[in-house]
Write a protein that binds this ligand. Structure first.
Ligand code: HEM
Length: 534
């Protein structure tokens, strides 16, 4: 929706008295933020940030604002974006007292706050302690076996399509594939989505969703809203819904709704853009409800996310009720699948787009994986390959799965960032997309995908890069699934690039993205050819 149209829609929805309240807020300036520059409308109303989020390019809009106004930009009446790498530990570090802001209220689902959306420190610590153990570097290795099962299914599908592609055939699996010039041409993005969803389905709910085997984006959800309510406790009528599309819709919904003040949110529900995406959010919740109900109906002695949640206690020391259990499982379903799939797709796109990078990566993989062995890399074989790590880090840096500043409320006593004092109650965030492109850290070619920068840096530079590199955030709210995500990513990238040579279908076209809560590649259209290493 164009900016003006969005603004008019927002203003028409607002009684003039509320609009005046924004003016009063601007002049009263309770957090002393008027001194910070920013787009005129952003300083006056949250509509600017709402518009940027609706354009699905918020990180780029904020990045442009930083180029124009400098490192401190007021992006909303009570929020300042701070594009300063030193701000990362100050805003997100342990013990600084900054809590997640009301932005995260838009993530509330199935009637409760999960580990991800909980604002309260004590509640959050309790939730995190329940599951933290299974995400330790050592414990996640117990999941490698399950991950390999799903990569085997993916390879089985790609090999079959590849053999048919060599005969000039085509087919509907994924979003369609075709054979031409000795290659299999397809969009690998949905396949990586199936892989991530089936893997998290297995690790969190005890069974994959069956997307890889079907070669199709379809997960079981309750057939109606009424069935969704009953599905917690009894078998209800179900239907299939496209999980990847639901994740996309829900991500755009929560990101655009979260930047609006609480009193705007019910009004946004009347705008078609929000209404369509709200539906995705509730269907996705239905997917978690069905999966939890199915798992609890068939008890298992496996140690996984759900078994840990079943051992967990609520704030009264009682076992988690079915709803809280489902709320948490739902959070893991989303946090553990969409992020990994998005990051992997971006990494694969960039390696495919850079033939010299791909060649160097394959040389390294051939040396360390040997010839003719197991087609799926073992973590032990690939956990510390310097060029593979550089390719992955560089993908996580330039694409930025979580690209926008994760908003935090300044605690009592305020925060000081580069000599600027932010009072309690103001909201600050460090825009990851922008600090991941800071030329003082990454050099003048910061926009370019160049894995070599991770290997060429001297120790001082390397330390600065590591301090600024923050794909999993840091501090008490950092990603709990980091070890699992990296385990999956390293095995999958090594396996796929050792087995196939990738070329982009449109080599001159830059990556196209849409940002909801995550900044996602829209497609990764490639042609693959089996390499002669087996
Ligand atoms: C490459 C993949 C991943 C990336 C880039 C990523 C990134 C992040 C980031 C930046 C946060 C902080 C969000 C915020 O403060 O709003 C986060 C939190 C979280 N992530 Fe991940 N994540 C990934 C994979 C995973 C996986 C595989 C899981 C679980 C299976 C997971 C579970 C979570 C959870 C539960 C939180 C909330 C933690 C808390 O608040 O204590 N993530 N992730």
């Amino acid at each position: 929706m164009p900016y003006l149209q969005f603004l008019i829609a927002a203003l028409l929805g607002l009684p003039p008295v509320i609009f005046l309240a924004h003016l009063v807020f601007y002049f009263v300036d309770p957090y002393g933020l008027r001194q910070y520059p920013g787009p005129f409308l952003a300083r006056l109303t949250p509509a600017w940030l709402g518009w940027a989020a609706q354009q699905v390019h918020r990180a780029e809009a904020v990045h442009e604002a930083h180029k124009k106004y400098g490192p401190f930009v007021r992006i909303s009446p009570s929020e300042v974006s701070v594009a300063v790498p030193e701000a990362l530990p100050i805003v997100y570090g342990h013990g600084n007292g900054a809590l997640k802001s009301s932005f995260y209220d838009s993530f509330i689902s199935i009637g409760g706050r999960a580990i991800f959306s909980t604002l309260d420190r004590v509640q959050h610590a309790r939730k995190r302690k329940t599951v933290a153990h299974i995400f330790s570097p050592k414990s996640v290795l117990d999941f490698e076996h399950y991950i390999r099962v799903h990569i085997t299914t993916l390879l089985g599908q790609w090999e079959r399509m590849y053999d048919d592609a060599l005969k000039g055939l085509s087919g509907p699996e994924g979003e369609g594939w075709t054979g031409r010039d000795g290659r299999l041409w397809f969009d690998c993005r949905p396949w990586i989505g199936y892989l991530a969803l089936d893997t998290i389905g297995d690790l969190a709910f005890g069974a994959p969703f069956g997307m890889l085997a079907a070669g199709h984006d379809a997960a079981r959800v309750p057939a109606t809203a009424a069935a969704r309510k009953d599905a917690h406790f009894k078998k209800t009528e179900t239907t299939h819904a496209p999980a990847i599309a639901l994740l996309n819709g829900r991500g755009e919904y929560v990101a655009a709704l979260g930047v609006l003040p609480a009193w705007w949110r019910p009004l946004a529900a009347y705008l078609p853009w929000y209404r369509a995406r709200a539906q995705s959010a509730s269907e996705l919740a239905g997917m978690a409800i069905v999966a939890v109900a199915k798992r609890l109906a068939t008890p298992s002695d496996r140690v996984d996310v759900l078994s840990k949640l079943l051992d967990g206690k609520d704030e009264h020391g009682q076992p988690l009720g079915r709803e809280e259990l489902t709320v948490e499982a739902h959070a893991f379903l989303i946090a553990g699948s969409d992020t990994t799939a998005t990051s992997l797709t971006a990494i694969m796109f960039h390696i495919a787009a850079n033939p010299a990078v791909q060649e160097r990566l394959q040389e390294e993989l051939d040396v360390f994986l040997g010839i003719g062995d197991d087609p799926i890399a073992w973590h032990e074989q690939v956990k510390q390959l310097p060029y593979l790590d550089a390719c992955i880090n560089e993908g996580l840096r330039v694409n930025c799965t979580n690209a926008s500043g994760l908003p935090r409320v300044v605690p009592e006593g305020g925060l000081i960032i580069q000599g600027q004092h932010f009072p309690a109650g103001a909201v600050v965030g460090v825009p990851i997309y922008t600090v991941h492109r800071d030329p003082e850290v990454w050099g003048e070619d910061a926009d370019v995908y160049r894995p070599e920068r991770w290997l060429d840096a001297d120790s001082e530079k390397a330390a600065l890069m590591q301090k600024t590199f923050t794909p999993f955030s840091s501090g008490p709210r950092a990603c709990i699934g980091r070890n699992l995500a990296l385990l999956e990513i390293v095995i999958i990238v090594a396996t796929l690039f050792r087995r196939y040579n990738f070329v982009l279908a449109e080599p001159d076209k830059p990556i196209e993205t849409r940002e909801g809560f995550l900044r996602k590649p829209v497609h990764c259209n490639v042609g693959i050819k089996r390499r002669d290493v087996y």
